[in-house]
Design a protein around this ligand. Structure first.
Ligand code: HSE
Length: 298
């Protein structure tokens, strides 16, 4: 049996929700082909796009699949082809797309014995290999679709959050690489109580704003008092992109995942298009190459 799937890029953190919030993008995304084989093993036969390891134990999709196979009794395994479109180190969930895509496809081939939360648990092993931490804020939206909240890691509890009809994301990916492991290394280990208060107020506000379709509340809640002040230093023109996008009508935004990509949310496609032009203009001026993507958030 064989299956071909699309594995979407994702925006993790969404400003205030470090390691707990994320949403899926329409594009970019990876494509993967999986085939069942009558051996309990994972064979990656092709990685097209970037120079990533074929050895299953060193490949995020391979590791995620091995972790799934650990819980399968039948004598079955997988052959995998990966057509990568999302550049590693982009901040739009490149490793998560491969890990999540692989286990979703495998689950379909097996007749769906696993829940989405099980699949997230397997895919998180890919994230552990990629960044040193098994964070779920990219794999959750890649598997569940739409906007997700990781309410708890132990036990793993993932919640789908409804989003308003006219919510769009614009994501710019400057062509510099920021390794998630490095971007985590520079973070402080402790948080001040006053910053934590501000942050959980915003997390609650963002979730409430999304569910009530209250764009103003979404806008007020897109603030990160803890991670962004440290990581934004790694991203050229970050403050200017944020400021000018908001002047153009964006609700707000921040660093996509661990960067260097920047996301901005807007009400309506027209505003999101305007934000796209502004972002492009700024990076043209700075002289850094970029990709830019527009997605409906749903
Ligand atoms: N929550 C993770 C981080 C996402 O910010 O390190 C990485 O894409």
């Amino acid at each position: 049996k064989e299956i071909r799937i699309f594995a979407p890029g994702t925006v993790a953190n969404v400003a205030c929700g470090f390691d707990v919030m994320g949403f899926a993008l329409d594009s970019p995304g990876d494509e993967m082909v999986l085939r069942t084989i009558p051996e309990k093993t994972v064979r990656i036969t092709k990685v097209d796009g970037f120079n990533l390891p074929l050895e299953a134990a060193k490949n995020v999709a391979g590791v995620a699949l091995l972790s799934l196979l650990n819980e399968v009794k039948e004598m079955v395994g997988f052959e995998v082809e990966i057509y990568k479109k999302i550049k590693p180190g982009s901040g739009i969930g490149s490793s998560a797309a491969s890990s999540a895509g692989a286990v979703v496809a495998a689950n379909k081939l097996l007749g769906e014995p696993f829940s989405k939360t099980d699949l997230a648990r397997f895919a998180m092993e890919g994230e552990r290999l990629a960044s040193g931490t098994a964070h779920a804020d990219n794999v959750a939206p890649a598997i569940f679709g739409g906007f997700t909240l990781v309410r708890s890691y132990q036990p793993l509890d993932i919640i789908s959050i409804d989003t308003p009809d006219e919510l769009y994301a614009t994501v710019i990916h400057p062509q510099i690489e920021v390794k998630t492991s490095d971007a985590r290394e520079i973070l402080k280990r402790n948080v001040l109580l006053k910053d934590a208060i501000r942050q959980w107020g915003n997390v609650g506000g963002l979730v409430a704003g999304l569910m009530k379709s209250d764009y103003n509340l979404i806008s007020r809640s897109l603030e990160d008092a803890i991670v962004e002040p440290i990581r934004s230093i790694l991203i050229p023109a970050f403050q200017e992109v944020k400021l000018k996008s908001k002047e153009a009508g964006a609700l707000g935004g921040g660093i996509s995942g661990s960067g260097p990509s920047i996301f901005m949310l807007s009400r309506g496609e027209e505003t999101a298009q305007r934000v796209k032009s502004i972002m492009a203009e700024i990076y043209d001026k700075v002289g850094i190459d970029y990709d830019i993507h527009l997605s409906k958030v749903n």
